[in-house]
Ligand binder design. Structure first.
Ligand code: ZN
Length: 466
């Protein structure tokens, strides 16, 4: 498939498609976000308050869930003047969303006409949410800022090691071709990888000569480990990024050595970009420019520099199905940072905690990474509260599932069928219904827990990037 060319796609095709999908072009929003990144932090906070006041008033007036919640704790949007007042509002949890999904629509809105987003898969608690076109447009613009901060220009050839969709729609069938032709963006499925598949991908990617390569850190780091083992390079790659999963020290070390560059970590799903690493590679800038992101302790109060807390996100633009202090389920470290030399004034977090680089290995040498397991469960979010794969022996794995009353024999068959599609037939799969899954010391569920070594290259030192 041929990339249609930078000028044609940037100036004609992409804006037209965006108008169609979101009702507006994204490029102007991106410019607005770039400008907000230069604002004084105090001014930015004041601006956030001015965005939130009418938004919270709307939540109180038009969204049954928030009317009840604000009344319960005595929160009055009309008296809202300082971000610290938000501590009174309990975070919106994934359990809240599951229990009150219908009450979260604003008056006059329903699922029709809204985009369905899926989140929480990374914590093993799949959850559905809804996005207006307005919110989606700003989220897309925020993702563009991630590309910008990583030094990628629209039209640069990118290769992504991505997941596969277990419930394909016309969109998921059309998008890969659209992305190739218009975005110069090629996806290589990473539902399962083996040394043979990795070798094949390396050959294909060497021919494609992308400027940037990324995807799930667990998949990208496997590719990097294979590059190191076979003493190969992909010299065209100048930028490596990771998203949708925590980038661990092992991922980073393998990528650094395999590609000779420092990777860019992006935190948050494609639907809710939260933070990104810049060229300085010291912490991740929080996208306070298009939403409010709080790092809060168990009491809901904002954590100061150096502390750790849960990530709570409040959108400004999703008036149809608002989320106020949505608990991402992640714990992050605030770190202590001064101004960033990159010029962006958005505050930074040190790192996202709580997940390890575990993945499953099968008797026939496949590696299955956590995001791919997640994709099996996001489409049955109404039937599953939590899930976790556990492996102590290469020949078998246990799929632990906390189910809802909607779970049935058919759901179980779907899960086994989907798992088989990437784990193959040589591994024994046990589905076990449990009351809860193990939670890590930082209060995070792990999608995969494995004690089986992968047998791939493990760096003992971390050489400096070129
Ligand atoms: Zn920076």
């Amino acid at each position: 498939m041929i990339f249609l060319g930078r000028f044609l796609t940037n100036r004609v095709i992409r804006p037209a498609v965006e108008k169609c999908l979101y009702g507006r072009a994204i490029r102007p929003l991106e410019a607005i976000l770039r400008e907000r990144e230069t604002w004084e932090p105090a001014y930015l906070r004041q601006w956030q308050v001015s965005q939130l006041r009418p938004f919270l008033q709307h939540c109180y007036d038009n969204v049954p869930f928030y009317r009840r919640r604000f009344d319960e704790v005595g929160f009055r949007p009309s008296k809202f003047e300082d971000l610290s007042q938000l501590a009174a509002i309990p975070p919106l949890t994934k359990a809240d969303i599951r229990a009150h999904a219908d009450d979260l629509f604003a008056r006059g809105f329903g699922p029709r006409g809204l985009r369905v987003g899926r989140t929480g898969g990374s914590t093993g608690e799949p959850t559905l949410f809804y996005q207006s076109n307005e919110e989606t447009a700003w989220a897309r613009a925020t993702v563009r800022r991630f590309w910008g901060m990583a030094g990628i220009v629209q039209g640069d050839r990118r290769v992504c090691l991505g997941g596969r969709n277990y419930t394909p729609t016309w969109r998921t069938r059309v998008y890969p071709n659209y992305f190739k032709m218009v975005e110069n963006y090629y996806t290589f499925p990473s539902a399962f990888l083996s040394t043979a598949i990795l070798d094949d991908y390396i050959r294909q990617i060497q021919r494609l000569r992308p400027r940037a390569l990324g995807g799930y850190p667990s998949s990208v780091s496997l590719l990097a480990a294979r590059l190191i083992e076979t003493a190969q390079r992909i010299p065209s790659v100048e930028v490596v990024w990771g998203s949708s999963e925590v980038m661990t020290d092992l991922h980073r070390a393998r990528i650094r050595q395999g590609f000779g560059v420092e990777p860019f970590d992006a935190y948050g799903g494609g639907d809710t970009p939260v933070a990104t690493e810049c060229q300085v590679h010291q912490g991740l800038h929080l996208f306070q420019s298009s939403r409010l992101i709080e790092v809060a302790d168990e009491q809901g109060n904002t954590v100061g520099p150096g502390g750790s807390g849960r990530v709570l996100v409040t959108t400004f633009y999703n008036w149809a199905w608002p989320y106020v202090r949505y608990d991402m389920g992640d714990v992050v470290e605030r770190g202590t940072f001064g101004d960033c030399p990159c010029g962006c004034r958005l505050e930074r977090i040190a790192q996202v905690q709580g997940r390890t680089g575990d993945y499953l290995v099968t008797p026939d040498g496949r590696f299955a990474t956590p995001p791919n397991l997640t994709l099996v469960f996001v489409s049955i979010a109404d039937k599953v509260r939590a899930f976790q794969a556990v492996q102590h022996d290469r020949s078998e794995m246990e799929m632990r599932v906390v189910v809802t009353p909607e779970w049935s024999k058919e759901t179980e068959a779907y899960v086994i069928r989907s798992l088989r599609s990437f784990l193959g037939d040589e591994i024994r799969i046990h589905v076990r219904l449990v009351d809860d899954v193990e939670i890590t010391p930082v209060g995070k569920r792990r999608v995969m827990v494995s004690t089986v070594p992968d047998g791939l290259f493990v760096p003992t030192s971390t050489p400096a990037p070129k």
